[in-house]
Unconditional design. Structure first.
Length: 416
């Protein structure tokens, strides 16, 4: 029950975190905001979310998922109610910051509960994949769907209702979620675990090469999702498909549908076949081939374009398999910190380093902002950006061979 309920929280927080994307226009009209002001709201949510992951991971290890998830939902609800009652831009900014802070522990807590409540290692990669699948579903696919119906609703009403929903979920979390099964440990053993966690968490984390390797590979494999959702790829898609610009988002959504389906299915395959390295390598190879087809294509039919994006998304979902390796090297009492560090570094690589690499190669000057059509105007520039993606996935493929192939028989844990 605990882990399954956390999946609902992942969906809700993932949707809340991206809510500003489809409320940007009415907010901008109501408060007379510039594009820079709206961008600052998005950055407040994302960067506070990313930077708050490490403290959230530490708290998860120290006081458990039940308390952290409850407080995170309360903070998120307060941020949403602040947005609903906002009368100034400063209130919007404060509400966005609270949302970023409150959403930070959601996915990490679900990963931690999947780790604590697993009954064996033969379904663990599937569980991890399902966590990331629902997070991706809420943040992209469900968000895109709701954005089409949003004009029928008031943004104040929507934020207010969402805030109240978070408060209700906080109460249910406190009542239903248990941190882990009751293990047969003496009080002295539990005390030793806590002391060990406090004294050696940092040293174990930063001296574990596998954790760095997992985070780097995951970040490199996740770059297509970040880049394909940006405006510059939509502009390139128009040039190679001759589709109208307004219909391109419907096709790029197929990339995320592929990721939503691929993450748990590839995790299931990894569990059944008792291999991980081979699936990661095959996933990277297929993504590289797909990108090369996009780079060399002068014209792609719509059906082929949609199938190619779905295939890319499906095998991009293999990045979630990396996170199932964390529990084999990181002690149980440090797992939250390990998940948080890997996820934070993954986001940093896929979001920040990719954009800055394209900026440097193309000598684009400007603030660190999402690559847009105004920055990439020439078809060769689009192809250069895709070549950076090929390089990122090629590096991920090489690093995959440094992962030690393990599929140890896990401890016997109580089933959730």
């Amino acid at each position: 029950m605990s882990w399954r309920f956390s999946l609902l929280i992942v969906v809700v927080l993932g949707l809340v975190q991206s809510a500003l994307s489809f409320t940007a226009m009415p907010l901008g009209n109501h408060f007379a905001l510039t594009q820079g002001h709206i961008k600052l709201l998005d950055m407040a949510v994302f960067y506070i979310y990313m930077l708050a992951m490490l403290p959230a991971g530490m708290l998860l290890d120290k006081i458990g998922a039940r308390k952290v998830l409850t407080f995170s939902l309360l903070i998120t609800g307060a941020g949403l109610l602040l947005l609903a009652a906002a009368s100034t831009y400063k209130m919007l900014l404060a509400g966005s910051a609270l949302i970023g802070l409150g959403c930070a522990p959601g996915l990490i807590a679900s990963l931690l509960l999947a780790n604590a409540w697993r009954n064996d290692s033969h379904s663990y990669s599937f569980r991890i994949g399902l966590c990331f699948s629902l997070s991706l579903f809420a943040g992209t696919v469900l968000n895109e769907f709701l954005s089409r119906w949003y004009p029928l609703l008031s943004w104040r009403w929507l934020f207010g209702l969402s805030g109240k929903l978070c408060f209700c979920l906080a109460l249910l979390t406190w009542l239903l979620v248990r941190d882990r099964p009751a293990l047969t440990l003496s009080s002295q053993q539990k005390l030793t675990k806590v002391k060990t966690s406090r004294q050696h968490a940092f040293s174990e984390l930063f001296t574990t090469p596998r954790l760095w390797l997992i985070a780097i590979i995951s970040g490199l494999m996740y770059t297509p999702a970040i880049s394909f959702s940006s405006l510059w790829f939509r502009a390139y898609a128009v040039t190679i498909t001759s589709l109208p610009h307004t219909s391109i988002p419907l096709y790029t959504d197929l990339l995320f549908w592929g990721g939503v389906i691929g993450a748990p299915l590839l995790g299931y395959a990894a569990d059944k076949m008792a291999v991980r390295k081979s699936i990661l390598a095959i996933s990277n190879c297929i993504c590289i081939i797909g990108l090369i087809i996009l780079i060399n294509a002068n014209h792609i039919p719509a059906w082929e374009f949609s199938g190619l994006l779905f295939l890319l998304g499906f095998f991009m979902g293999g990045f979630a398999i990396n996170f199932s390796l964390i529990h084999e090297k990181i002690a149980q009492q440090h797992a939250g910190f390990g998940f948080a560090f890997a996820n934070m570094l993954c986001l940093f690589i896929s979001v920040y380093l990719f954009r800055e690499s394209v900026h440097v190669i193309l000598k684009v000057k400007g603030p660190m902002a999402q690559l847009s059509q105004t920055l990439l105007t020439h078809p060769n520039d689009f192809k250069t950006a895709l070549l950076v993606l090929v390089g990122a996935l090629s590096l991920a493929l090489i690093l995959t061979f440094f992962i030690k192939e393990t599929h140890a028989v896990a401890e016997n844990w109580q089933s959730d």
